[in-house]
Design a protein around this ligand. Structure first.
Ligand SMILES: Cc1cc2nc3c(=O)[nH]c(=O)nc-3n(C[C@H](O)[C@H](O)[C@H](O)COP(=O)(O)OP(=O)(O)OC[C@H]3O[C@@H](n4cnc5c(N)ncnc54)[C@H](O)[C@@H]3O)c2cc1C
Length: 401
């Protein structure tokens, strides 16, 4: 058993921390937060320095590395700033479906500009009547001789306001059983790429956090797309999405990990400096123990998240069955626990923690969505229960306990 990061992984983690320290300037962060602006210029710089698509193939400009390296970068970005860190990650994460299922031509066309920081991606699964339950889509996809036609409405698409392409889940076979007959298709934002029809994008305002990203409604009206935009096997759309989520939820966990680590560091610094009753508040056992517990919880989250990334990158036949299990463990446990840690950080800050200036309250607001998107906490617990019911107890005891 070896828990150490490789030299390359340590260098990547350090470089990500240095990039975030240099680029995530407070004035810029607060400006993006107040004006609900995606920091495209910082995204571009992140691409130029190789932080985007570390797990994407080298042939298309990616790093040829794994989920672990992505986790390290996302952790450092979110540790430095929850708003910037999450917005940057969410801009390239959706393209992972193209990495997994795309043809070489699709990878060249969609991944190459994304990896350079020129393109932003988005996924559109959720519909007004289908959120946790994606076993049927009302958005339809119809095959014509010379293309496909999309009709329907999607909601809550992150990056909708500025994404260059969308990966849309649609029902192709309307008579299929639940979970079947769906297909994933690539939709470019540029109308010049369409063969007919329209795509209307409407911003959904008034979000609690994650204010540097856009959240949109997408309305497809007879949107005609070329045949080559089909992504992955037709009729296997939901399975494509689930395979994507196995990797993406581990990375999403790293958002919450970084968010709470950053809150902890701020709280620790404050507790050492803030004097009440003639001593630093850290010397009051109530505050000292709180920080000690925060630290312990962070360590458990960190190693859980790293382990999930590691098994994802080292899928042996024996371990591959545990990837969906750890994906769901990370996706519910890390954000829920991180929420408590950030809440504790607010307590350490007293009244100051309630104001944007200290940015712990923003971490709380930003982090809250990690419990919801890409499958809620409740859905993850359902997944874990279902897998545990099926797992052979002998395997559990020998491999996991
Ligand atoms: C800021 C933001 C960004 C998002 N980004 C995207 C995106 O980019 N692309 C995209 O496609 N979607 C996106 N989503 C949508 C997100 O994935 C869904 O909101 C989420 O999956 C839950 O669906 P819902 O909101 O319809 O809630 P519902 O499914 O209606 O759930 C409501 C409540 O019931 C619970 N519940 C539902 N079913 C069960 C069950 N079987 N067992 C136990 N409890 C259950 C849920 O856990 C939840 O607490 C985003 C959402 C937000 C808020």
């Amino acid at each position: 058993m070896d828990f150490s990061l490789t030299k390359e992984q340590k260098d990547i983690k350090k470089a990500a921390a240095e990039f975030a320290r240099g680029e995530f300037k407070t004035d810029l962060v607060l400006d993006c937060e107040a004006n609900h602006r995606f920091p495209r210029e910082i995204y571009k710089k992140a691409g130029e320095l190789g932080f985007i698509g570390l797990d994407y193939p080298e042939d298309f400009g990616g790093g040829g590395l794994g989920i672990m390296e992505n986790v390290l970068v996302i952790e450092e970005f979110c540790k430095a700033d929850s708003g910037f860190g999450m917005a940057l990650h969410l801009a390239f994460l959706p393209a992972k479906i193209v990495k997994i299922f795309g043809t070489p031509d699709q990878k060249r066309k969609f991944l190459s500009p994304l990896i350079k920081g020129d393109w932003v991606s988005a996924v559109s699964f959720t519909e007004p009547d289908h959120g946790s339950d994606l076993t049927r889509m009302e958005t339809t996809l119809t095959e014509l001789e010379d293309g496909y036609v999309l009709n329907g409405t999607k909601v809550f698409t992150t990056n909708g306001g500025y994404a260059d392409f969308f990966i849309v889940l649609a029902q192709e076979d309307e008579a299929a059983r639940p979970g079947k007959g769906m297909t994933t298709i690539l939709v470019e934002r540029a109308p010049s790429s369409w063969l007919g029809g329209s795509l209307e994008i409407n911003e959904i305002g008034g979000k609690m956090g994650l204010k540097m990203t856009s959240s949109s409604e997408l309305v497809f009206k007879n949107l005609k797309l070329p045949k080559e935009n089909i992504l992955g096997e037709r009729g296997r759309g939901l399975q494509n999405v689930l395979d994507f989520l196995d990797e993406s939820r581990i990375e999403i966990g790293a958002q919450a990990l970084g968010n709470c680590e950053g809150a902890f560091l701020k709280a620790l610094n404050h507790a050492k400096k803030r004097i009440q009753f003639n001593k630093p508040i850290m010397d009051f056992q109530a505050i000292g123990h709180k920080l000690a517990r925060m630290w312990s919880r962070i360590q458990s989250l960190k190693w859980l998240n790293y382990y999930g990334a590691w098994i994802c990158d080292h899928k042996s036949d024996k371990l591959s069955g545990t990837v969906p299990l750890f994906t769901s463990v990370i996706k519910h446990h890390v954000p829920e626990t991180a929420k408590g840690i950030i809440d504790d950080a607010m307590t350490v800050f007293g009244g100051y923690g309630y104001f944007l200036d200290q940015e712990v309250e923003r971490r709380y607001r930003d982090n809250r969505i990690v419990e919801v998107y890409e499958g809620t906490v409740e859905v993850q617990l359902n997944n874990i229960t279902r897998i545990l019911k099926k797992l052979n107890p002998g395997f559990l005891e020998s491999e996991l306990l």
